[in-house]
Design a protein around this ligand. Structure first.
Ligand SMILES: Cc1cc2nc3c(=O)[nH]c(=O)nc-3n(C[C@H](O)[C@H](O)[C@H](O)COP(=O)(O)OP(=O)(O)OC[C@H]3O[C@@H](n4cnc5c(N)ncnc54)[C@H](O)[C@@H]3O)c2cc1C
Length: 495
């Protein structure tokens, strides 16, 4: 079967739907090809918490995105501001300044306008009182430059996009797995697909690849990320198998960015192989800045307080992967327990408790108890005197002294029972390496010239994230470049 459209979009997640809606807005006849069934369509976007990092100056800017914000909420909240320079600096710092500056500038400079565009499409936003604010002296203080999240999380984005697509007459074909790109001379003119009925080709004047990275492909993880990455748990969809990358590389697309790097974090040790939509992001365990993490030897292996959690969590999965047995226990005392995030209160959890630290030591499965007790003793000796309330909204500078591996902020003794500990392993979120694109989302070839008719957006793009990642940037990147890719692809069709 062969059918002709102006634009084919591969994938039905955030980047894909932004591309499809933008192409339609610019007059194109669009079809979306999605590997999954309707319940699982939308890839990692369906699993996402929905936090979105945008430039904003004042509460008036926030009101353009979150008009439901009430006067009384504004009166008790310190939202701060997040400038273009803050954003550029955070991405630069966390990627060791390897990121492609042109692409990052496009991402940052379009962040606010793109969230407003999403709002017009029906995506609703709220401020993150639950995740990104702490109450200090009766006021909510937002931290990490990230006060905005989608109402209803990732599924909320998809619901709004799918409704808008339906209204705009965009066809979404489920159970349709893209296999190859079809060329006419140098130009991409279609996609060969597999579905339950066999293989077939869909034709168009342009193709947008927005079908994610290779995080759900154990073979590619081992090949590109290295040994034991095949053992990592996948936080999101099983459908992001890297096929979009393979088919673009096969026609000469240039690979860019950190192919041996990935966003990965603390994830429940006994979570399933890939994400579970009932639990969503509940398997994540992000309260490590208020405690310590130990490996099988009972030793700490990471500075749990190196920075605000939103700036460290995406690289901790890699640290856990390097530990014996690829697991760690997060340990908290009663100073920290009341501050644990909601995800510590779910049923699907690997947790032990004990009234004393000695008893806890023997309950930490796989951990050398003596090594653990030595670690606790040395750690408790190294923390500063005094007991100010724990304030996670700032880097409080309460660092250990004299330890080879410091805890640089929020260092409090761990001596107030009962104690709680949670077992975690490496949960991979998405891969950093991808296709080289221009600021206009054109996929580039080996000479870094655009491949006619081919665009890309979202996780499939390389060159933006390396090593680390500021929380809430993945969805913004997908929406910004998806919107651009859709417009450009429609432009090709108009030419
Ligand atoms: C648990 C979790 C929480 C997260 N929380 C946040 C957050 O709060 N904020 C944030 O910014 N980011 C978050 N992220 C990251 C964010 O979800 C991703 O960066 C973003 O959703 C990626 O969007 P995308 O459109 O590029 O890919 P996806 O949303 O993964 O979409 C890819 C699509 O392509 C389809 N597909 C794959 N291969 C094929 C093929 N061969 N043919 C056809 N279709 C195919 C998939 O089925 C899917 O629909 C989170 C991720 C996870 C897993």
């Amino acid at each position: 079967m062969t059918q002709a459209y102006d634009v084919i979009v591969v994938g039905a997640g955030n980047a894909a739907m932004a591309a499809a809606l933008s192409a339609r807005e610019h007059g194109a006849n669009v079809v979306v090809l999605e590997a999954a069934d309707p319940q699982n369509a939308g890839g990692n976007t369906r699993y996402a918490a929905g936090q979105m990092r945008t430039v904003f100056r004042t509460v008036d800017d926030l009101l353009q995105i979150v008009p439901d914000l009430t006067e009384s909420e504004i009166a008790i909240s310190d939202f701060g501001s997040y400038s273009r320079e803050d954003y550029l600096e955070d991405v630069g710092r966390l990627t060791q300044y390897r990121c492609n500056p042109e692409l990052v500038e496009v991402l940052v400079d379009n962040s606010f306008a793109t969230l407003r565009w999403m709002r017009k499409l029906g995506v609703r936003f709220q401020v993150s009182y639950g995740r990104q604010a702490v109450k200090v002296n009766g006021r909510f203080r937002f931290w990490g430059g990230l006060p905005c999240e989608v109402w209803g999380g990732g599924p909320g984005i998809l619901e709004a996009y799918y409704r808008a697509a339906d209204k705009a007459g965009i066809e979404v074909r489920h159970y349709t797995y893209a296999l190859d790109l079809v060329l006419d001379q140098r130009r991409v003119v279609g996609v060969r697909c597999a579905s339950q009925g066999g293989t077939f080709t869909v034709r168009a004047k342009a193709v947008v690849l927005a079908c994610g990275g290779f995080e759900a492909n154990a073979e590619m993880r081992a090949r590109y990320l290295g040994p034991n990455w095949d053992l990592a748990k996948v936080r999101g969809t099983k459908f992001n198998t890297g096929q979009g990358l393979s088919m673009a590389l096969a026609i000469g697309a240039s690979a860019a960015g950190h192919w041996s790097g990935a966003h990965s974090t603390c994830w429940d040790l006994n979570a399933p192989e890939t994400g579970n939509l009932q639990v969503g992001d509940g398997y994540q365990k992000f309260s490590y800045p208020t405690g310590i993490m130990v490996n099988a030897r009972g030793e700490r292996f990471v500075d749990e307080g190196a920075d605000l959690q939103t700036f460290t969590y995406a690289r901790i999965g890699r640290e856990i992967l390097a530990q014996p047995g690829m697991f760690a226990w997060q340990v908290f005392d009663q100073r920290a327990v009341p501050l644990l995030r909601d995800e510590y209160r779910i049923k699907q959890i690997t947790k032990v408790t004990a009234p004393t630290i000695e008893e806890l030591a023997h309950k930490l499965e796989g951990v050398d108890a003596r090594g653990f007790l030595e670690t606790i003793e040395q750690f408790n000796k190294a923390v500063p005197e005094g007991e100010p309330p724990i304030n996670l909204s700032i880097r409080d500078g309460r660092s250990t002294t004299g330890l080879a591996l410091p805890k640089s902020n929020w260092a409090y003794r761990i001596d107030r029972g009962p104690f709680e500990a949670y077992a975690v392993t490496t949960g991979i979120t998405f891969t950093f390496g991808g296709l080289r694109i221009s600021p206009r989302a054109q996929v580039l070839d080996a000479a870094w010239d655009p491949i006619p008719g081919l665009y890309a957006a979202g996780e499939i793009v390389g060159g933006i994230f390396y090593g680390g990642y500021p929380g809430g940037t993945g969805l913004v990147s997908g929406a910004v470049f998806g919107r651009i890719a859709g417009r450009e692809a429609a432009g090709v069709s108009e030419a």
